[in-house]
Design a protein around this ligand. Structure first.
Ligand code: PEP
Ligand code: MN
Length: 338
């Protein structure tokens, strides 16, 4: 249930509703809109919320049911976009910031070289994995916490904010202090303990769509995070598993606008993990720009043929440079009204 407060509602009136909700053992969440405050009243353990507890209280403009199964992430309860800030970069403000970097941090030299390349081409956030979810236990698993000093050096030397993936709560606890944002990967989209941990963090979370997840399941995963208090969530479409063999996954571009209608959270696209093949990444990234996502995430390597992880889909520096120019142009053309 959503209680929309009058524009002129006082802090005391808002507080009164919170107190009553807590007394009844409901979970109240304050949502600050542009000019009004709303309070989502959520239940614990499937209890039915009794509307009569709130009817007639001072300061209330309207009480409406929340019809979606996801509540706090839905547009129904918050019409304006949530702006998520990673470092100084805003997601959700009608721009398309680009996050780029190698799949895995391999060495100081490799990571720094790539960071300089992507920064020069216009990327504003550096992403590199330290803990890698690899399909094979025999593949490179990442430098782990030994690589943290490299990420810190990159931020210091380039000024780029840094994003890296946590595969479990233990990783999360280590990375939270150092990273500017934490990625939860496709394989962990329904790792509910990890989602709850992310919900208690003050760091922004990039939540990738699970490879077999529907839009509803993806939004419910985000609901786990926001429910614990963290509304700094960016959703990332990265391709879903279909019957095709010509690409690693199938990039679901139709989800971007539908997701943005359903949720106030920013939605970005990662064409690299959808394609799996370098030559498909460029056209898919351009197609992504045309649906005007809130950002792109692209894998780039200084020497893709020698990469220890996802080399086949990593762009060469020159390809990334050209892509950046074209993607920005397509994004702005697609945004023109006539
Ligand atoms: C990655 O970002 O390197 C990664 C493993 O992504 P995904 O979780 O989308 O497969
Ligand atoms: Mn990768």
């Amino acid at each position: 249930m959503l209680i929309i407060m009058k524009k002129i509602a006082t802090k005391k009136q808002i507080q009164n509703i919170i107190i009553i909700a807590e007394e009844k053992n409901y979970k109240p969440h304050i949502i600050s809109g542009k000019d009004k405050v709303s309070i989502a009243i959520l239940n614990n353990n499937n209890e039915i919320i009794n509307l009569s507890n709130f009817l007639g209280l001072d300061g209330i403009e309207e009480i409406i049911p929340i019809t979606k199964s996801y509540k706090l992430v839905s547009r129904e309860i918050k019409q304006d976009n949530t702006i998520v800030k990673i470092g100084n970069v805003c997601f959700g403000d009608n721009s398309m910031p680009v996050i780029a970097g190698p799949c895995a941090i391999e060495s100081k030299q490799q990571a720094l070289e790539i960071a300089e390349i992507v920064k020069k081409a216009g990327a504003v956030i550096f992403r590199g994995g330290l803990f890698k979810p690899r399909s094979s236990p025999y593949s490179f698993q990442g430098l782990g916490k030994n690589g943290l000093k490299i990420l810190i050096k990159i931020r210091k030397e380039t000024g780029l904010a840094i994003v890296t993936e946590a595969m479990d709560i233990e990783n999360f606890n280590i990375l939270e202090e150092y990273a500017d944002a934490i990625q939860i990967g496709a394989r962990n989209m329904q790792n509910f303990s990890l989602l709850k941990r992310a919900g208690k963090s003050l760091k922004p979370i990039i939540l990738k769509r699970g490879m077999c997840a529907t839009l509803q399941e993806w939004l419910m995963a985000a609901e786990y995070i926001i429910n614990k208090g963290n509304n700094q969530i960016i959703l990332c479409e990265r391709g879903i598993r279909t019957f095709v063999k010509h690409s690693r996954n199938t990039l679901d571009l139709s989800v971007v606008n539908t997701a943005k209608q359903e949720t106030h959270l920013p939605v970005i696209v990662d064409p690299s993990h959808a394609a799996g093949i370098r030559d498909q990444v460029i056209p898919l990234a351009l197609a992504s720009a045309a649906v005007r996502p809130d950002g792109l995430m692209i894998e780039v390597h200084n020497k893709p043929n020698e990469a220890l992880s996802d080399g086949a889909q990593s762009l060469f520096p020159n390809q990334f440079k050209t892509l950046m120019k074209k993607a920005k142009a397509i994004y702005s053309l697609a945004g023109k009204t006539n």
